[in-house]
Ligand binder design. Structure first.
Ligand code: CA
Length: 226
């Protein structure tokens, strides 16, 4: 009985000591890509997801996707997978539809309790759209957009935003469109909104199929294709 008591004491001591050890938070410092399939309305990427109005789950020739009406549909995911990343690649596969709002903030990574954020947006004019990306941290901010980089709505596209420690770049279908110098410090924990800006303005009209987060810079050849 004495031996059993001793074993229990030793086990509890070991357990308490291990709890006191510093741990690395994998959620804060991912080392490989995290894929989110936007293929349901309950849980995106394994994180709890809040549904704003009625985005629709749809079947497409490339698999399931979620469709947004451009009025009040959105998803807010309780995770910011690029928290802690000093360099990164953010990618999304989406289908922008014609005649949506002129400005659509449809992928928004927002640090809790600050204005620090990473955004992928579109500007839509009739059946044409162009990419607009934005990064903000305490070291500065930069928006990249060029109305001459027009694409046709109603088709699937991939957009990518990268930051390599000094330069921000963005791509459509793996082709670089713009770049600019930026100083940046990593975001802390936060949330991600899909189909709308976090504060429920600038709604997206179209469909979204995948989001991918990578804590380093991918080569253009490695980027997702639609
Ligand atoms: Ca709606």
């Amino acid at each position: 009985m004495k031996t059993l008591g001793l074993l229990i004491v030793l086990f509890c001591t070991a357990f308490l000591c291990s709890c006191g050890l510093p741990r690395t938070d994998k959620a804060l410092t991912p080392t490989s890509s995290i894929f989110w399939d936007v293929d349901n309305l309950d849980s995106i990427g394994g994180s709890s997801t809040r549904v704003l109005d009625r985005p629709c789950l749809i079947e497409t020739d490339r698999g399931k996707a979620v469709e947004f009406d451009g009025i009040d549909d959105g998803l807010i995911v309780d995770a910011l997978p690029l928290a802690g990343a000093v360099k990164f690649t953010l990618e999304i596969i989406f289908r922008p539809d014609a005649d949506g709002p002129a400005e659509q903030r449809f992928l928004h990574l927002q640090e809790n309790g600050s204005e620090n954020r990473i955004l992928i947006e579109t500007r839509v004019r009739g059946d044409k759209w162009y990419l607009d990306t934005y990064i903000r941290s305490p070291h500065g901010n930069l928006a990249l957009f060029d109305p001459n980089n027009n694409h046709t709505t109603g088709r699937w596209y991939s957009a990518a935003l990268t930051y390599d420690g000094g330069t921000m770049r963005h791509y459509v279908n793996g082709i670089e469109e713009m770049s600019g110098k930026l100083a940046f410090s990593p975001l802390g924990t936060g949330k991600t909104s899909i189909g709308v800006r976090m504060n429920r303005v600038y709604w997206f009209k179209g469909a979204i199929r995948k989001v991918k987060f990578t804590p380093h810079v991918l080569d253009s050849k490695q980027l997702l294709r639609p």
